[in-house]
Write a protein that binds this ligand. Structure first.
Ligand SMILES: C[S@@+](CC[C@H](N)C(=O)[O-])C[C@H]1O[C@@H](n2cnc3c(N)ncnc32)[C@H](O)[C@@H]1O
Length: 289
């Protein structure tokens, strides 16, 4: 088939599901990934024949079934780096890049000039937070923690892909004795987490590409205990943070005040609730008292 014919097929099949510009982008990304065709060539040589069109038509079928483009391509970008992703890991989100940015800004302004800094990312998934921090803070020792063996497999591949060292630990942060069980008394200057925080009742607001393909273990919590992970991590961090240690969370936009109250209950100080680029409550920082 000619490129122009395949492009038409993309628009015919996907027209009802996505805006025109997004379909063009899908077509470009898939042509580049599977056939090494550059965007400029798509416009300049529309008559060019694609030899083995089965690959691209299969990708089109998956897009029609609302499979996220990142899973089809097997990779995505986050904070300027490329990451391998599959259905075992959450696709890194732009709001999480804002959390990384916040941590790096905080670090550049903090008064203590310790070079030895330990960072722990709880629920590391693809490793996007841990790896971005390790890349930008080469002096830091970074740990990534997750319950999912398969997610940790991808996170490890991503450390190789991005040439950083991270110590990965598999375990359950809801285990009351997580610190003693998994960390051998190693303490941290920074604990960061983007834990599962979507309430079951918020499912109706979500699109099929998220609901049907992204790991539910990474996303959902019960309606009656939405701060389950924040509670467990706040408690864990009381033991696991070093003096002057700091906790950073990504949060559910509807639960900003509740998260702040929870951290107050645990006697954290200098609690800051921060909005994302869309003005939604999205991040919290708290210091050990
Ligand atoms: C919202 S995802 C965040 C992934 C990644 N850090 C990011 O920001 O894109 C939450 C992660 O928490 C992990 N997780 C879920 N339950 C857990 C538990 N009990 N203990 C440790 N990790 C858990 C999931 O496997 C998932 O990777």
């Amino acid at each position: 088939m000619k490129l122009a014919q395949i492009k038409n097929e993309f628009h015919n099949v996907l027209r009802k599901l996505f805006p025109k510009e997004e379909i063009d982008t899908f077509f470009y990304l898939i042509s580049e990934k599977f056939y090494g065709i550059k965007r400029i060539d798509l416009t300049m040589y529309p008559e060019k024949e694609v030899k083995d069109e089965a690959l691209i038509l299969e990708a089109l079928e998956l897009l029609k079934q609302q499979k996220p483009i990142q899973y089809i391509l097997g990779e995505t970008e986050f904070y300027g780096l490329r990451y391998k992703v599959n259905e075992d890991v959450l696709i890194p989100r732009p709001e999480t890049e804002e959390l990384v940015e916040w941590i790096l800004n905080w670090y550049s302004k903090r008064s203590e000039a310790t070079t030895d800094i330990n960072i722990l990312d709880i629920g590391t998934g693809s490793g996007c937070i841990a790896i971005s921090l390790a890349k930008n803070l080469p002096q830091a020792k970074v740990y990534g923690f997750d319950f999912s063996k398969n997610a940790l497999k991808i996170a490890k591949e991503n450390t190789k892909y991005n040439s950083v060292n991270i110590e990965f630990v598999e375990g359950d942060i809801l285990n009351e004795d997580a610190f003693e069980t998994y960390f051998n008394n190693d303490k941290f200057d920074v604990i960061v987490s983007n834990p599962p925080y979507v309430r079951a009742k918020e499912k109706q607001l979500m699109k099929p590409n998220v609901l049907d393909y992204e790991p539910h273990l990474a996303l959902f919590v019960e309606d009656d205990n939405p701060l389950l992970f924040y509670n467990a991590i706040a408690k864990f961090a009381k033991k696991a943070l070093r003096t002057n240690g700091v906790l950073f969370f990504e949060i559910n936009e509807y639960l900003g005040q509740e998260t702040v109250l929870l951290l107050e209950k645990f006697n954290y100080k200098n609690i800051v609730l921060k909005q994302d680029a869309f003005g939604k409550d999205r991040m919290v920082k708290a210091e050990l008292n």
